[in-house]
Design a protein around this ligand. Structure first.
Ligand SMILES: [Zn+2]
Length: 367
């Protein structure tokens, strides 16, 4: 075949829309973006549709976190957010929304409804900024059972506003053996328990993301019967804090891989790490940050960690360090504005997937 003819055929193929499926290599891609202990997870379907779950931190950190989300979008060759889920109204999950929406189009805003906490900053954001962002776009308050269209990826809402899905999904419905040992924690009447939680399926591959859902609502979701069955990837809940991540979820789902969106001083406490490290079937835990709260005793090999600590101690003790104090009069943790790295998952319809650490290029195949 001569060159001009090949060229012409190429043009026809382009004109008829060479499907982005081929361009993306058939993969469903997930970016766990480092927003220093906040939430920002980008889903990109094989046909290029996007779902962003949470937008990181606000205030002085908004430009940084929006920038990090946009650089992940650039890596994925996408320019718009088709759906934005804000799991709940805490500053580490909606903070950089306005800054992000100023720079890239966001088409559909999804949430659980109004905040249940009395917080003047949040109330002001919801009644002015948020309303202005969604008013000529789409806005949906979701309830469990709802579907979010994402090309060939099936996204189902399983928790929202403290309600849980009442029908088992395909592969779910068996009695959950971990329910008998569950100890109820003090009731969480705040926003974490309101988190929008989803499960996304691409062929045989399944990923679970529950936002910051806390223990008692984990129990409501998973007991007495596990409505979701098993998953391949578990995005560790609530940055890896022990007020979430009870065995009724973490052990019952038998995830092959877990990725924790922790910060240097947030998440990765010993109680949560023990549950994760003893999870049946778990091959690897990956972390967005080294956690000082884990110490060497509970941490994973550095290969699996995307970012180190900002103020590196000379030596890392075996015993975990205690978390920072919270509240008034306590000096804030240092802000890290330097280089940041994501963890990227590429999943295929046969259920196999690859995880890549953007810091060191370390990649692992899960066949
Ligand atoms: Zn959070």
């Amino acid at each position: 075949m001569n060159r001009p003819l090949l060229f012409a055929i190429g043009l026809i193929a382009l004109g008829s829309g060479v499907s982005p499926v081929e361009a993306r290599g058939q993969a469903f891609e997930i970016y766990l973006i480092d927003v220093e202990g906040g939430g920002a997870t980008l889903f990109v379907s094989p046909t290029g549709q996007t779902l962003l779950i949470d937008t990181g931190n606000g205030g002085q950190r908004a430009a940084r976190d929006a920038g990090r989300i946009i650089s992940a979008m650039r890596d994925a060759s996408v320019t718009e957010i088709d759906h934005l889920i804000t799991t709940h109204w805490h500053g580490d999950h909606y903070g950089a929304m306005q800054e992000l929406a100023r720079q890239v189009p966001v088409r559909h805003f999804i949430d659980h409804g109004p905040s249940v906490e009395s917080n003047a900053t949040v109330a002001e954001f919801l009644s002015t900024t948020y309303r202005a962002l969604y008013q000529d776009r789409e806005h949906t308050v979701v309830t469990p059972g709802d579907r979010i269209p994402l090309g060939r990826v099936d996204v189902r809402v399983i928790t929202a506003a403290k309600q849980v899905i009442d029908q088992p999904l395909r592969g779910g419905g068996a009695v959950n053996p971990y329910c008998v040992d569950f100890t109820r924690q003090q009731e969480d009447n705040g926003e974490n328990a309101q988190s929008v939680g989803i499960i996304a399926r691409f062929g045989a591959f399944r990923v679970l993301h529950l936002g910051d859902l806390t223990a008692n609502t984990e129990f409501e979701l998973m007991c007495p019967r596990n409505p979701i069955g098993t998953v391949d990837l578990f995005v560790v809940t609530h940055h890896g804090q022990p007020s979430s991540n009870t065995e009724v979820v973490v052990h019952a789902i038998e995830a092959r891989t877990a990725i924790m969106n922790n910060g240097t001083r947030k998440g990765g406490q010993p109680e949560a790490m023990q549950v994760l490290h003893s999870a049946p079937g778990l091959e690897d835990l990956w972390q967005l940050h080294f956690s000082q709260l884990s110490g060497q005793e509970y941490t994973v090999p550095g290969l699996f960690i995307a970012n180190g600590v900002d103020d590196e101690p000379g030596t890392m003790p075996i015993t975990p360090m205690t978390g920072p104090l919270r509240g008034l009069g306590v000096s804030p943790a240092p802000i890290h504005n330097g280089e940041a790295h994501w963890l990227k998952v590429s999943a295929r319809a046969d259920g196999s997937f690859t995880v890549t650490n953007n810091r060191n290029g370390f990649t692992k195949e899960y066949h």
